[in-house]
Design a protein. Structure first.
Length: 339
């Protein structure tokens, strides 16, 4: 998903600020002419309007462009430095044109806009107001995102724990374990170890917004192992990932949810094995794909797992989770994140 171009909602500020500065500056600098309301004052006022409009609108353009170029909080220093340099250059150019060219050419008066040499002061005030408003809005947005992400994380934890503690899951796991155990059955020990790995990962990752893909894959291997004991080779999971992909990040438990959904909603049998493929799409997306062979009677589902993943990623990146159902395949693309 591409981010919409940044727009500045400052209509009221401009409608009030431009007339205010246009009148205030010549009134303060040329107070005697203001008291007399003579022709000289109105000439100053006319030039003040030109000066204020040119400076305000030009610097506003700089602000919008720099916020589009450096939108993130981590780029604040770059944005402010760029704005400062461009504002200084632009203000000097505008002041020179009005003072040295228009003033001399039209009014034949070298002193007409001496007062406007202080243009940097109102320019600085305008920048301070814009940046203060922008900072406050960004702060409120970050607070809302943090709160939303926390809610989604808690919901995800509860959903996963509930699914894993669901009587149906435990019943199958315990039955499988009972069939494995005998005096020298190492498979039983292996199964218990993997089961412990699954619960340990859930507890460790519950307070994290993102985890390295390498950790998520290790957890997924344990989860798939438990299910392959039940389904044998009827459940086939392939991974095609580069070493670089393992160093990127995903939301915790997201892959497990997608694998669980695939098992829950599709037939898994010797005649119709469920094939799940995990691969990367460049360095932007992780693709989880399975063949569709829907059960005639679906297991009870709260239908919040996939939506939970979509919601969590929407709070972490502008790239959307993509869900595609086509050609007998169900595909989910989740963004790979950088820490």
């Amino acid at each position: 998903m591409e981010t919409a171009p940044y727009t500045l909602n400052d209509r009221t500020m401009r409608l009030v600020g431009i007339p205010l500065f246009s009148i205030l500056i010549p009134t303060l600098v040329h107070y005697e002419d203001f008291q007399q309301l003579n022709q000289t004052y109105f000439m100053y006022l006319a030039m003040s309007v030109c000066n204020t409009v040119a400076l305000w609108e030009g610097n506003r353009f700089i602000i919008v462009r720099m916020r589009r170029r450096f939108p993130s909080y981590s780029q604040t220093t770059q944005r402010l430095l760029s704005e400062a340099v461009l504002a200084l250059v632009y203000t000097l150019v505008v002041t020179y044109i009005l003072d040295e060219i228009l003033c001399k050419a039209i009014f034949h008066n070298d002193q007409m806009l001496v007062g406007f040499k202080i243009s940097l002061i109102p320019t600085l005030l305008v920048y301070l107001v814009y940046e203060a408003v922008y900072f406050f809005e960004s702060w409120k947005l970050n607070v809302r995102k943090t709160e939303s992400l926390a809610r989604e994380s808690v919901q995800s934890q509860l959903e996963v724990l509930k699914n894993q503690l669901d009587p149906h899951f435990l019943f199958n796991s315990l039955n499988t374990l009972a069939a494995l155990i005998d005096d020298e059955n190492h498979d039983a020990q292996q199964y218990l170890e993997r089961l412990s790995d699954v619960y340990r990962y859930v507890l460790v990752s519950r307070s994290k917004n993102t985890v390295p893909l390498e950790e998520e894959i290790r957890f997924l291997d344990a989860y798939v192992y438990l299910n392959k004991i039940r389904f044998r080779e009827n459940l086939q999971v392939e991974k095609h990932l580069s070493p670089e992909a393992y160093r990127q990040f995903v939301t915790p438990l997201s892959l497990q949810m997608l694998i669980e959904n695939a098992i829950k909603h599709n037939v898994v049998s010797k005649e119709n094995p469920l094939k799940i493929k995990i691969q990367q799409e460049g360095d932007q997306y992780l693709v989880i794909e399975n063949n569709i062979q829907e059960k005639t009677i679906l297991e009870k589902s709260t239908r919040v797992g996939l939506q939970n993943i979509i919601n969590r990623y929407s709070l972490l990146t502008d790239r959307q989770v993509e869900v595609i159902r086509s050609g007998g395949l169900f595909t989910v693309k989740i963004p790979l994140l950088f820490n």
